[in-house]
Write a protein that binds this ligand. Structure first.
Ligand code: ADP
Ligand code: G6P
Length: 489
């Protein structure tokens, strides 16, 4: 069955990401249970429905034995997922090391490892070797499952070396790569020892996408300044071959959230939450417990607000739901202790026998509970120090059509470019400014809340994950695949 342009009606899409949409937990020698994975990449991709998609990625678990691997492969096949098995050493060097201790902080402007993280800098070469090895393992699995006519869509900073590996297998393969984090200024990227190799490999893709125009511009500048290539309005040119570079702002499946609010189970949770926090305004933070999310800064700003506004004591509560993430990386372990220490101190300082100002939960919430929390919230606080987009802000807006709560949003989140007109934008490093914005949000006139919410709700419901994926894949289909491979030099 073909479309007028000759493409199959439901083109097969191979979605390749380090993290599969489900994470596996072993229940027995050959039995597994699968839970939805947390994170923006998974949330966005789960909102993409109109493709014949297969997912290729890591199930988040080490499976050293053949029996376990076979059983997991079978269980994942029912979800259209294909596993890439990574052993413990690769996970340590590639995922914990190169991806999450080097690329992730660097792309979020937190710099390369310093001081106690110097040991990591010394093991940089071995971590980069593991990164390339892991990317090659992903390429092998893609190559095994690839059929002519498929489109291969690679995702995120874990797989920057993948486009080149794939093109080495098959120059005709349509390969797109999308980054879910910021791409930093070229001045930051140039500090990375493997800066050129990564850029060259990404350029092997036919289409390279980012959340915002700024990130795309930074990437093109890095290619021109570091590799000496030519930047054009379409992308980057190297010896007559163009790699198209563009911005494709992501969205969520807003209908899923809006519909969920009608479910009896969600209504029940809403009722319970309203009773539980009756007489108090609810402020909400929902984040992975990650250093880029500015959680300590957010809590300190809330403390400052309480310090300066005694009339609000016992009348406002901050619910901070922080799902633990990347728990084997020392920086993340330190963050957890730091957040616990600050929360304990503030609750000791401002708590009473009947009320504590901060409820901090280190866990993931299921979808009905999350929707209910978003719906009862008066003020959402998203204070990322840097964030590719931040989909929590979108989810909050989608669930607020009845209440019209206020979004306080970091100007350093990609979402500031789309929701900036409706949100109160803040510099998360400026605790005084964030504290003042909490006061502004809690006291905002209903008419202004309505006006701000209308703007954001319109954006969130008209820029969906489905539309994002369709635009990217359609543009990828329109690129001309060069038969000639440009290998990295
Ligand atoms: P990131 O991509 O850094 O994870 P995003 O805000 O874009 O940040 O996406 C985070 C996703 O993870 C959202 O879909 C959000 O609902 C989900 N999430 C984050 N924290 C939790 C939590 N504590 N419980 C349930 N879901 C969570
Ligand atoms: C961000 C990244 C994703 C990642 C997610 C969760 O959204 O862009 O690639 O999957 O965080 O992190 P994790 O390390 O658990 O996959």
């Amino acid at each position: 069955c073909e479309r007028p342009d000759g493409r199959p009606e439901r083109q097969r899409l191979l979605v390749v990401a380090n993290r599969l949409p489900v994470s596996a937990v072993r229940r027995g020698e050959d039995s597994w249970s699968l839970d939805i994975s947390a994170g923006g990449l998974v949330t966005a991709l789960l909102g993409v429905k109109e493709f014949e998609a297969r997912w290729i990625g890591w199930a988040g678990v080490n499976v050293p034995d053949e029996i376990g691997q076979k059983a997991l492969t079978k269980a994942l096949a029912e979800k259209r997922c294909i596993p890439v098995f990574l052993d413990e050493e690769i996970v340590h060097q590639y995922y914990n090391g190169y991806c999450n201790n080097i690329l992730w902080p660097l792309f979020h402007y937190l710099g390369l490892p310093q001081e106690d993280r110097l040991a990591t800098t010394r093991s940089f070469q071995s971590q980069f070797a593991a990164y390339k090895k892991a990317n090659q393992m992903f390429a092998d699995v893609v190559n095994t499952h690839y059929e002519e006519g498929d489109v291969v869509w690679c995702h995120d900073y874990h797989l920057m070396y993948l486009p080149e590996c794939l093109k080495k297998y098959n120059t005709k393969m349509k390969v797109g790569w999308f980054l879910h984090t910021p791409f930093p200024s070229s001045e930051i990227h140039r500090t990375l020892p493997s800066r050129s190799e990564l850029l060259r490999s990404v350029l092997a893709a036919d289409l390279v996408g980012f959340h915002t125009y700024d990130y795309a511009r930074h990437f093109v500048s890095a290619c021109t300044r570091i590799l000496g290539l030519e930047g054009t309005p379409e992308g980057v040119e190297d010896q007559g071959r163009l790699t198209r570079v563009a911005a494709f702002p992501i969205g969520i499946d807003s209908d899923r959230f809006i519909r969920a609010l009608e479910l009896p189970q969600v209504q029940e949770h809403i009722k319970e939450l309203k009773e539980r926090f009756a007489g108090r305004k609810v402020m909400l933070g929902v984040d992975r417990l990650d250093m880029i999310k500015g959680i300590p800064q957010k809590i300190l700003a809330f403390e400052k607000f309480l310090e300066e506004n005694s009339t609000w004591h016992e009348k406002v509560v901050l619910l901070q739901i922080a799902v633990p993430t990347r728990t084997d990386v020392p920086e993340y372990q330190k963050l957890t202790s730091q957040v616990h220490e600050i929360v304990g101190r503030i609750n000791g300082r401002f708590g009473t026998l009947t009320a504590v100002p901060i409820h901090h939960l280190d866990r993931s919430l299921d979808f009905p509970k999350l929707c209910a929390l978003y719906a009862v919230t008066d003020v959402a606080l998203v204070t990322s120090l840097r964030d590719g987009m931040n989909l929590v802000s979108y989810e909050f807006v989608a669930c607020q059509d009845a209440k019209k709560g206020v979004l306080i949003l970091s100007e350093f989140a990609g979402a500031a470019q789309s929701l900036g007109a409706g949100a109160i934008l803040v510099n998360p490093w400026n605790i005084t400014e964030v504290a003042a914005s909490i006061g502004q949000a809690l006291n905002m006139h209903p008419e202004e809340r309505e006006k701000r919410h209308r703007h954001n709700f319109h954006h969130v419901t008209t820029h969906t994950a489905q539309e994002w994926a369709e635009t990217f894949v359609s543009e990828l289909n329109d690129t001309v695949v060069e038969a000639q491979l440009r290998t990295s030099k």
